[in-house]
Design a protein around this ligand. Structure first.
Ligand SMILES: Cc1cc2nc3c(=O)[nH]c(=O)nc-3n(C[C@H](O)[C@H](O)[C@H](O)COP(=O)(O)O)c2cc1C
Length: 210
């Protein structure tokens, strides 16, 4: 193995080192559906933990309705996601967001050209185009102050969810099983604010079941 390159100390403005893009569908107060693109998420056992900045419609919906669908995006969806990247379901748009060009979009399904389909355990619909759709209930919402990082930043919330139903496109499921096929499931990744796809399969861990 060649020797590793030297490291230099840096102060990056973001730490988004690469996580899958989720589209959270949640129910608005008027019964409509909001879509929140996000990527600060991780899974352990039957839980998925989400990081959401304060002031968003998705977070307000999760706190009120206590349920959502976590739709895992595919690479082909990146431009549909970018079409709603500067949108919020919140009306009025928070000042810090309108200053950087965000606008209120009440129907993000239409704006992104995505298709809703009914869920089985929760009220918000799933997104048909997403290869993996996790119906989830909110277990706990913890608020975290961001003032130590940036005086005007407000807060973010750590939202712990329990996944209660999983749906997957048939072509990413190992036939006749409950396993997602890692050789065919290809999540869209968000890496330092770029959309990235096509992770090369290098090998399996000793715990892999397929
Ligand atoms: C690819 C992508 C990833 C994002 N990741 C997050 C995230 O992890 N947490 C977050 O709070 N916002 C994230 N955002 C920003 C939200 O989508 C944005 O604040 C949006 O206005 C929220 O919509 P809502 O107010 O309708 O919920 C991300 C946006 C994009 C396009």
């Amino acid at each position: 193995m060649t020797s590793p390159p030297p490291s230099i100390r840096i102060r990056p403005s973001i730490l988004y080192f690469g996580t899958p893009v989720l589209l959270i569908t949640s129910r608005n107060p008027d019964g409509g559906t909001n879509i929140t693109p996000m990527s600060s998420a991780w899974a352990l056992a039957d839980r998925v933990v989400l990081g959401l900045t304060g002031g968003g419609q998705g977070l307000a919906n999760l706190e009120r309705e206590r349920e959502a669908v976590l739709n895992v995006a595919a690479p082909a969806l990146w431009s549909a996601i970018e079409a709603i990247a500067r949108a919020t379901g919140r009306d009025p748009v928070p000042a810090w967001k309108s200053e950087v060009g965000y606008r209120h979009v009440p129907d993000k399904f239409a704006a992104a050209g995505l298709t809703p389909c009914a869920s089985t355990q929760v009220k918000p619909p799933r997104i048909a185009e997403c290869p993996l759709q996790l119906e989830a209930r909110v277990v706990e919402v913890r608020r975290r102050d961001l003032a130590a990082w940036r005086a005007d930043a407000g807060h973010f919330a750590v939202v712990e969810t329990e996944v209660v139903a999983v749906h997957a496109h048939a072509d990413v499921v190992v036939p006749g099983s409950d396993h997602v096929d890692p050789t065919r499931f290809d999540p869209l990744l968000y890496v330092f604010r770029h959309y990235v796809a096509g992770g090369e399969r290098l090998g399996r861990t000793f715990k892999a079941e397929v």
